[in-house]
Design a protein around this ligand. Structure first.
Ligand SMILES: *Cc1c(COP(=O)(O)O)cnc(C)c1O
Length: 402
């Protein structure tokens, strides 16, 4: 008997929290005004809601409300951070963007686009646990660097980075530091009052708000960060991002940020223990490997990325498809069948990368779900392996590697 589908893909998106939905709906129904309408109460009402949300978003990361630029999501925020800073600093002769091989495509592809305009892109390598090679960072970050971009938590293997050390490297040479905090926001510490970070990307749909709304935080003093707009129009958001504000989405994002600020620390603890429970079940099998740092190490509390030896990830996904929604390591590029560049960057060969699953636990995940998924995965792996000649050879004690 198959129960309802279990959702364990919270890195790709999250459901909207009922409290967020309740906050949002009035701004679709009665309070539909344009926040830029200065001449009447409809506009006033919308504007007040936007400003309240701006304060909630800023508060989650320790920034000031006037430093928040609302966008359509993390992809746009990343584009604005990289291109906007590059274009603002070109005249200083700062033509270098330093980022990491395992960043999200929104960062990597923005950096690549800039190379066509004469900018230089440097990709820092990572160690086998996914942590940035700090020696390489020290070498790469110099007086010609406009921006350093390092994410808070990786969306595939969950690793979080030493943002303070890397940010200090950037500070020491006058480069600005950007952090894509789409993943792990509210779970992993990020406080711009104490950390040397100058721009922060965030997005609604990874923190239980709807898709299509996000923000870029841009530091206004010491240093005063400049960003050239990529979208021109009515001069909204202090000229950095024109376009009528998406009031319902912005209200939702603000509410979601307030919830993360209130509950994030406890929720992180809960997720960590559920994730450990899942790993305990899965690691009872032979030839199962955890990708990313150790579970006690620097990582997103709800992430578990696992390689299953002698198993093809696509077959495993298929076998699990009526029980649990998870994704293969290649999730973010799931339109292509390329093995994950993140898993390749931490040293997995194409086969191991292709035999990996990413579990993303979230706010609605229960211990019962973890047990059902642990059991279903074990059974599916056993079944698939029983059809593998290599696995049978391995069982006979022959030296087979994976
Ligand atoms: C999901 C995600 C993005 C893209 O966010 P959208 O809001 O969907 O554009 C960017 N970076 C990271 C790390 C993500 O996880």
């Amino acid at each position: 008997m198959v129960g309802p589908m279990i959702y364990m893909d919270h890195h790709s998106t999250t459901p909207v929290d009922p409290r967020v939905l309740d906050a949002l709906l009035p701004y679709l129904r009665e309070h539909f005004g344009n926040a830029a309408s200065r001449s009447h109460a409809f506009g006033q009402r919308a504007r007040e809601a936007v400003e309240a949300a701006r304060a909630q978003v800023a508060q989650l990361i320790g920034g000031r409300p006037s430093e928040i630029v609302f966008t359509s999501g993390a992809t746009e925020s990343d584009n604005l951070a990289l291109k906007g800073v590059a274009h603002a600093r070109r005249d200083e002769g700062r033509l270098k963007i330093v980022t990491v091989a395992t960043e999200h495509k929104a960062v990597l592809d923005s950096a690549t686009r800039l190379t066509r305009e004469g900018f230089e892109k440097v990709l820092l390598p990572v160690a086998s646990d996914g942590r940035v090679d700090l020696e390489a960072a020290r070498e790469a970050i110099d007086e010609r660097t406009a921006l350093v971009s390092v994410m808070l938590c990786n969306n595939e293997i969950g690793v979080s980075q030493d943002l303070v050390t890397i940010g200090e490297m950037a500070r020491s040479v006058g480069a600005w530091m950007h952090c894509d905090a789409a993943q792990g926001l509210g779970y992993v510490p990020l406080d711009v009052r104490t950390m040397p970070i100058d721009l922060v990307t965030l997005t609604g749909h990874k923190i239980y708000a709807p898709k299509g709304v996000g923000a870029l935080w841009v530091r206004r003093s010491s240093p005063r960060v400049r960003v050239v707009a990529e979208i021109d129009g009515g001069g909204h958001e202090r000229g950095m991002r024109s376009g009528t504000l998406a009031v319902p989405g912005i209200v939702a994002l603000g509410t979601a940020c307030a919830i993360q600020a209130d509950e994030g620390a406890n929720e992180a603890q809960r997720l960590r223990s559920l994730r450990n429970r899942l790993w305990e079940r899965l690691s009872e099998m032979d030839d199962v490997r955890l990708n990313g740092p150790a579970l006690t190490g620097p990582r997103h509390p709800g992430n578990l990325n696992v390689s299953f030896g002698f198993v093809d990830g696509e077959s495993l996904l298929l076998a699990l498809s009526s029980v649990v929604a998870v994704s293969s390591g290649a999730a973010c590029a799931s339109a292509s069948l390329e093995p994950s560049y993140v898993l390749r960057a931490i040293g997995l060969d194409a086969d191991a990368a292709a035999s990996s699953l990413r579990f993303g636990l979230g706010r609605n995940t229960t211990p019962e779900e973890v047990d059902i998924v642990g059991e279903a995965v074990s059974e599916a792996v056993r079944k698939i392996r029983s059809g593998s000649p290599l696995w049978r050879a391995r069982q006979r004690g022959e030296p087979v590697d994976w």
